[in-house]
Design a protein around this ligand. Sequence first.
Ligand code: PMV
Length: 278
Amino acid sequence: MHTNPAYGKVILSGEHAVVYGKVALATSISLGVSAEVVSKEGDASELVKKAIEVAGGENRIQVKIRSEIPIGSGLGSSAAVSAATIKAVREYLGKPITDEELFNLIWEVEKTLSPNDSGLDSTIVTYGGLIEYRKGQPFKQLKISRPFKILLVNSGKPSETTGELVKMVADDPTKQVIVEKIGEVTKLIREKLVLGEEIFELLNQNGFLLEELGVVSESAKKLSRELRELGASVKITGAGGVANGSGMMIVAINDLTKITKLLDNKKIDYFETIIGEK
Ligand code: PMV
């Protein structure tokens, strides 16, 4: 990675419910983004242009992005691209930036993509580690006594944006009951994590609740069923997706080889990550 890297994240639990003030748990992952100020005219996305603008770079600065994070798959790519861009621009301008300021600027960019954005991605990309987050409250870093491995499995690129999926849930008042349940499961997951107890079954419950919420596509549900039949716990991570893929899914099981064989046969992308390492 180049200078000023920023890292992606996974939401372990609490996506969507976090928009309504419920607790969420997220952790950074080792896939990163770097940004570099360059002299040549680049082909900047709206996101990068906005990030340059909020950092005070206006139109005169061009930035080159290198990213390992799949875009729009629930791994916090947009917040990480904003973070790396803002840090690169501020370094170029010789204006140091505090974490608090970085958080606020990333969030400003995130809100242009999803007006009700909870601030979760902006927090995790700024501070890293494993965090407990509630909108409008100071976040907490969690220490967990027993790190564990999960697989992140690619269920396919969503065709909806995070903003559209958040709005879909908001527009249907009957979904609030499910939001409450996600909040409760997330609290239980938090307790178990801190005690070093296994959370796989609770992750699976959360996965079913996200399906009920209507943010998981038919193809992702089918893959989840197949993986659950092999004994795995499955949930999407991030906003999800309805018409095509649902982005990345967390798949947890003690014997990962059972799952990886199936994924290899189906030529589905996946990678391993460790939760609670830092
Ligand atoms: O899919 P992502 O990485 O954009 O995560 C979205 C998380 C939501 O809870 C659905 C939205 C939010 O603002 O927290």
